[in-house]
Ligand binder design. Sequence first.
Ligand code: MOS
Length: 745
Amino acid sequence: MADVMNIQGHVRLGSNAGQSMTRRDGVLKVTGRATYAADNRPEGVLHAVTATAGIARGRVTHLDTAAAEAHPGVVKVYTPANRPDLAVSPDEKIHGFAWRTEALQDDTVRYAGQPIALVVAETLEAATEGSHLLAPRYDADTPRIGLDGGVPFQPETISIGRPPSLEVGDIDAARTGAARHFETVIETPAQYHNALEPHAITAQWTGDRLEIDTPNQAIGLAKQSFAAYLGVNPAHILIRSPFLGGGFGSKAILFGAQLLVALAAKDLDRPIKLALRRDQMYGPVGHRPATRQTLKLDVDTRGHIAALEHHTIAVASSFDDFIENASNASHSVYATTALRTTHAGIRADTGTPGPMRAPGEATGSAALEVAIDDAAYALGFDPLEFRLRNYAETDPATGMQFSSKALRECYAQAAEAFGWQDRPLEPGSMKQGRLLKGWGMGTAQFPCPMFQAAAHATLRADGSAVVETSAADMGQGAWTSLAQIAADGLGIDIDRLEFRSGQSNLPDAGVAGGSGHTATAGTALFNAGADTIRQLAELALNDPASPLFGADNAGVTARGGRLYRNDDDTRSEAYEDILARAGLDLLRGEGKGAREGEPERAMFSHGGVFAEVLVDPDLGQVRVSRLIGAFAAGRIVNPHLARSQLLGGMIWGIGFALQEEAIHDVRTGRFTNADLAGYHIPVNADVPMIEALTVHEDDPFVNSLGIKGVGELGVTGTVGAIANAVWHATGIRPKRFPIHPESLI
Ligand code: MOS
């Protein structure tokens, strides 16, 4: 019997991973054959439309359900008076990643756009008309809107379980010794995810079994939530979520109407479909809340930060505790001997905010990078030189070593590509025609969490394989990069791999979020493949008929569907031959992905982002004309897709800096721009010459595969870089995002 523990190095990451491959689901998508939740049309499907509140605070006193139900085609109208009961209150947090939701539990209006009724009809048109006929009447209170209109409260935890404040070192002592004190207050607005695909659900019962088509970033958690709220055995729920048209955090949570649709489908014994309208996604499905952030920097005579404080006030809803954890973005970027961060909430009459691409990090790094730039200029330092002077060699928040940190290389590569060395220090000193030109930079940083994931791998008699994990593809290319890792775990070519995902009856792939999906689900898939090949190797090494017999401690290596002896590369055997001789049709392995124990290193991905802007001195209009970032994120599984993620993040940064904001009418609490005509995001004309470079980084600590993450990194750093370029062009320091033209003239 070969000692399996001594079979070293039999699979390696590298032959499929590391290659640029285009999205394997690309053809399905561009030919319209990829099925999204709202594309499902089960036999006899009914259509649901939510009616939403036109006030932000108060009570619904009347709904004309009789008029709605009399409309031809309308089947039933659900209101708080007749809605089916949930098994547990939607106010209950059934797990750590659940947000309180609204499922018509009462007639209270907590925000404008809150669902107040669900109209179910034979056609979408009838359901829509029915929802209009409800003509709600209200008992309205004055809404509490925004940072200055709401009720302050102290959060006990920040979003998911983190303490709301941190203090390291002695701030007051450090401040006394410092030469200069800087204070910057930065405001960021409410932003909405605006995924291209609206939130949707199709629900269908067969007896006590429920099938759900809905886009979700965490299918396993979604199943748990549906099961708990509906009181259904989780084994009787099947969720399909193969493709998402973008999620960005808003599809990591359930919203109440999803539960209602499932309940109504049972009540009416018909399948029901609901797809939110664009304007209905402003409220019930999360958003990035407005913040006001105060940065305090104390710097000594040599330009070293002695003390750093970051205090965030963020809007929250009146009925849940999500807080944008912006101050945490200052924990680990710059070296300091004393650090203090806090968060406070303002309860307003708004839908509950939630995670939105780089939640906390995007907002917090925008403020931090502006504050750093401000101090650098006041002290006469080039902004890059000042950042290098304050380069954190260890993590200021924990004192731990970084698992890896190639930020210096990122700065150097991006600065070189940008031509930063030619930058004059003085603002307003560069022109292009009549336009003011400015150059700015920012540091990108994002943590490297890992969640829990599981996967199965099955090797078939012909040497091909199938892997299974519940992962969804949000458009980022998970179907491709995860398959690359899985193929490497099995030591086969990716063309020999069938990748099954997007369903809740597969092993749980964890959350596609936190930039941790490739690392987490990828590790599970790799381990499942490696487990399979370990079993295969054991068969061969114990079989005198195998050329691998006796390799034992030297071990074997798997590649291209064959096992090779490490002590003699000319002796190898194909997987199918090993299986055939053992009389096996299938060989199955399992794998998990998670971080074991408490981390002993600080784990972050990093980058340096450099921006050039052109500002019209008369109109205040800002155009980003060049944007170059260099990023270090551990092992890059697929350079093509990683670049696309980083560019996407940087483009999001352009929107954050210059365009995105949801504007409330403070009198009614309603949005004035709840659509893509009024809520501006960058289009092609707003995206300049843009490049994302990646810097080589080996990380032996972050996880066994050395994978960090790239989904959210690009937006951090970019917002500050653009704001700092605007300052350099104009001499006006932006203090509010998005930067409005009128603030520059
Ligand atoms: Mo995200 S905000 O990690 O989906």
